[in-house]
Design a protein around this ligand. Structure first.
Ligand code: FES
Length: 345
């Protein structure tokens, strides 16, 4: 019953008043100094635009035709995250990256410029690079041995005398690798397949401005994991874009986070869900009892459960005060982020 589930979800989002924790946040801000953060406050939450109450057709999760339309109208047109800049440390460093049916080749050239190319030999369409990462002075197609430089220019045609068309020389530029539009933001190389997307910073819009204070470009990639499952990609997005399931699926979370009625906002093309951590949800009957989960919550906030004084649900406010007190002495960008962001870190 997707329509019924959707209606219930909307009722919950629209029908409830502001969560207690949000009111307390706003009150706390009114009582504090006039600290100016790079990121404007997230609260009070923005009004939800009228998105209608029509059923969402389940076809979008299983239809091959819908998947093809997504490829044409979504994935080719938007900016996608490709590789981390740190994965291409020096001239010749390369990585391949797949999106749907496309294989892309990201490489730092001898001129230190990072470029992306369709990973396709320009002779007869063979896949050019078949390893995931490495360092190379050039790329050689395993089929007939044509070679390309790391800036995508054609380096060598194997036995050009076999080609009558090349009697006057190989035409310059005609067989270079086909470049894909890229831009860098937050330490990542992003790519846009059809080349028609707005500038990346405009595409990210308000969501990007809210992320800028984190200075993601200063981060080092330590590890990453890939998970594959037999389902539509939107299932994962849907699962992480609501906390409606907390109460039924893992109610223990409500000992650690508000998690019950949380702001979800549309920011242009993007959306954001704001969880308030380090607190006890107002829907939990017993707000005060200590239990192993709440001890864990305090430890995660950096407090000793034995020494903690005060309401457990106020741990986020104490954490906030503690971080604000240290913002001039810490290398993390506490000073730049707003209160709501600070208690998420
Ligand atoms: S297909 Fe690559 S060299 Fe012929």
């Amino acid at each position: 019953m997707p329509g019924k589930a959707w209606t219930t979800c909307v009722d919950i989002l629209w029908g409830r008043s502001m969560a207690k924790i949000e009111r307390e946040f706003l009150q706390g801000r009114a009582d504090s100094d006039d600290h100016q953060y790079t990121t404007p406050p997230f609260l009070p939450r923005k009004p939800i635009p009228d998105l209608g109450l029509e059923r969402i057709d389940g076809e979008r999760f299983y239809s091959l035709d819908f998947m093809h339309r997504e490829w044409t109208h979504l994935w080719r047109r938007v900016w996608n995250v490709g590789v981390h800049v740190g994965d291409l440390p020096g001239p010749g460093s390369f990585r391949t990256h797949d999106l749907g049916k496309e294989s892309l080749l990201f490489v730092r050239g001898e001129d230190d410029v990072i470029r992306a190319f369709f990973n396709v030999c320009q002779h007869r369409g063979n896949q050019l690079c078949r390893v995931e990462e490495g360092d190379a002075r050039m790329f050689k197609c395993p089929y007939h041995g044509w070679e390309w430089n790391t800036d995508g220019s054609l380096r060598r045609v194997m036995d050009p005398q076999f080609f009558k068309q090349f009697d006057d020389g190989v035409p310059e530029g005609e067989f270079d690798l086909v470049e894909v539009r890229t831009a860098q933001w937050g330490g990542w190389v992003w790519f846009n397949i059809d080349g028609e997307a707005p500038e990346l910073v405009d595409f990210l819009g308000e969501a990007g401005r809210h992320l800028e204070p984190y200075q993601l470009e200063r981060y080092q990639l330590v590890d990453y994991k890939t998970f594959e499952w037999a389902g539509n990609w939107k299932h994962a997005h849907d699962a992480f874009n609501e906390s409606y399931h907390f109460e039924a699926l893992h109610p223990e979370f409500l000992n650690l986070t508000e998690g019950h009625d949380i702001p979800i906002e549309l920011l242009g093309l993007h959306s954001r869900m704001l969880n308030f951590n380090h607190t006890v949800s107002e829907v939990v009957e017993d707000q005060a009892a200590a239990n192993p989960l709440r001890h864990k919550m305090l430890e995660m906030a950096g407090f000793s459960p034995k020494e903690y004084q005060g309401d457990l649900k106020d741990a986020h406010l104490k954490l906030l005060a503690q971080k604000r007190a240290s913002e001039d002495d810490i290398y993390l960008p506490y000073r730049q982020v707003n209160d709501e962001q600070l208690v998420q870190q």
